[in-house]
Design a protein around this ligand. Sequence first.
Ligand code: HPA
Length: 274
Amino acid sequence: MLQRIEATCAYLKSKTSLRPEIAIILGTGLGGLVEEIKIETEIPYSEIPNFVQSTVKGHSGKLIFGTIAGVPVMAMQGRFHFYEGYSMQDVTYPERVMKIMGIKYLMVSNAAGGLNPEFKAGDIMLITDHINLFPEHPLRGKNDETFGTRFPDMNNAYNRDIFARAESVAAKNNIPYKKGVYVGNQGPTFETVAEYKYFRLIGGDTVGMSTVPEIIVAHWCGIKCFGVSIVSNALGDALNGIETSHEEVQKNTNMAKEYLKTLFRDLVVEINKM
Ligand code: HPA
């Protein structure tokens, strides 16, 4: 695997002179963050050697190298979900590439269902922690010490220092936000009412189908992580018989787009000072 990753990185380094320390994964409905990036190079996933190829036609995704407020970043437009059929190795291949590319910080966003009864569609939740309910672990198998240790501690997976800076940025810009625990689930079904109650009972505030594998691998590699959920549907609705649709998820995530753009832009500047 390491040789394949090194080949991927050699190609990427030949395509850009930027050497960012910050990576960003642009989640569902949050592509608008791209407007904040001064793009230097864009590379479709399909052109990157050994990179994961999309199973969805017309949704190939691309890797963007550019700057936000003068700070170099590498951004993934399009991520890989376990429910699409990828192996956990494939889902988290980009994080291993990030490590070899010299990335030190990872910022991610996702669309998620709100479990906390106080959450409404369009809310932003800064992720304090996660509960991993995926049926397979991205670090299962022989451990490669180049990246990290066999039994990684997960205590500070959502880096507290970055989190504190995110709270200051939000306060400074009057961005309303919640905090809480993200439950990572394989999907692709949305929750039944009984599952909603169960995820709430075990301590979840939001639930979604991404992020957890990415954070596990990035944190294992020593990359400091930060994550945000956009509440796209309040699962309290499920209790009232209101159904969740993908279209609605997209619409509600758009509401939070402007806040998120500001939050991520200013946080990139703060992280650059770390
Ligand atoms: N459940 C799981 N994943 C999701 C949801 C949800 O309600 N909304 C957006 N992603």
